[in-house]
Design a protein around this ligand. Structure first.
Ligand code: SD4
Length: 343
């Protein structure tokens, strides 16, 4: 579908957006776009959590300076990966139970429906870049562990110590107490970055990066690098990304489910809500115990988000505006400062 001019309709938790997609019989069709995106409204990016704002802003600048949308997703996510104060993405992330930081990331491009992903990657500052290399330089979609690390080194990526002194001390304290996998609660524990982007031609892109569940069993991989769980991009319909307790997202192909809800006509916010409610129906855990949050972006430029608890926020940037938005909460429970990195 080629989109020349569409008026951008902002999707927020409260808005019932006009859907650009409808299902006729059992055939899903793309209706005329409901809106026109003015030229300066793209590229636009949405990302999980308030810390995603810097990544979205960086991504907009990268495109404005001549970079591609893939560059924008990758280098936008670099900002969060490189932030040592962020305890759940990249350097400074909470380590696994053995004291090693293990990173998960993926990237997906709408126009060619291509994807790359890494899981359990150690000693590499930008796992999103290795995910991109997997997508662009190999016939594979996912590399994990030592194989992923050696692949990165072979392609010229330098190794970096990802465990900061602060995280090392906290891990030592946790280990000394021998309490299962419970991370200390503090303000730093917010969470995976999932970022979605739309260009002026209506093409969708996405990326996701995390250090995952704090003090996880070594080798544990969450939803974030799994295409269809932590991230999914369908260039006909829209894109979605997840943050929260990966085990509860990946058992339900969460992001794919959100996109399928949009395909059936739901707005992005409605799609996030319907996906969560559908998961809660099937899952023995109560809705408020699932710790799932989704962001979604439609091909028409509508965006939205919902979470199982109160307090999930997400970020938006385009060339004229940047902001942090409250997602639609589906229960009264507070999300808590540690978000999905809890046990
Ligand atoms: C994981 N979903 O590894 C990630 C962590 C996260 O909010 O998003 N925390 O399970």
């Amino acid at each position: 579908m080629t989109i020349n001019r569409r008026r951008f309709i902002q999707g927020t938790a409260g808005i019932t957006a006009v859907s650009a997609f409808s299902a006729i019989g059992n055939k899903t069709t793309t209706a005329a776009p409901a809106a026109v995106i003015e030229k300066n409204d793209t590229p636009l990016f949405v990302a999980t959590w308030p810390f995603g704002k810097s990544s979205c802003e960086a991504a907009v600048k990268i495109v404005q300076n001549g970079g591609s949308m893939v560059d924008a997703i990758e280098q936008g996510i670099w900002v969060t990966e490189a932030d040592v104060k962020n305890a759940s993405v990249g350097i400074g992330g909470i380590p696994n139970a053995a004291g090693a930081v293990e990173l998960d990331a993926c990237i997906m491009t709408g126009p060619d429906h291509n994807a790359g992903s890494v899981g359990g990657l150690q000693d590499i500052l930008h796992p999103i870049s290795v995910a991109r290399m997997v997508m662009e330089k190999t016939p594979h979609v996912m590399l994990v562990g030592e194989g992923a690390k050696q692949f990165a080194i072979k392609h010229g990526v330098a190794t970096t110590e990802l465990l900061t002194d602060k995280q090392k001390q906290q891990w030592q304290t946790w280990k000394d107490k021998q309490t299962e996998k419970k991370p200390p609660i503090n303000e730093d524990h917010h969470d995976t970055i999932a970022m979605l982007g739309l260009d002026g031609q209506g093409n969708l892109f996405g990326g996701c990066s995390t250090s995952g569940w704090g003090y996880k069993i070594p080798g544990r991989i969450g939803d974030s690098p799994i295409i269809g769980s932590g991230l999914y991009v369908d260039n006909q319909v829209g894109a979605a990304g997840a943050t929260g307790l990966g085990e509860n997202v990946m058992r339900h192909c969460g992001s794919f489910l959100v996109v399928e809800m949009m395909r059936q006509g739901a707005s992005p916010t409605e799609a996030c809500e319907r996906a969560i409610r559908r998961i809660a129906e099937l899952d023995p855990k109560n809705l408020s115990n699932l710790d799932i949050n989704f962001i979604a972006l439609s091909k028409a430029g509508v965006y939205g988000a919902a979470g199982t608890s109160k307090g999930f926020r997400y970020s938006f940037a385009n060339p004229t505006e940047t902001k942090v938005i409250d997602a639609l909460p589906l229960s009264e429970k507070a999300i808590g400062p540690e978000g999905g990195n809890r046990k």
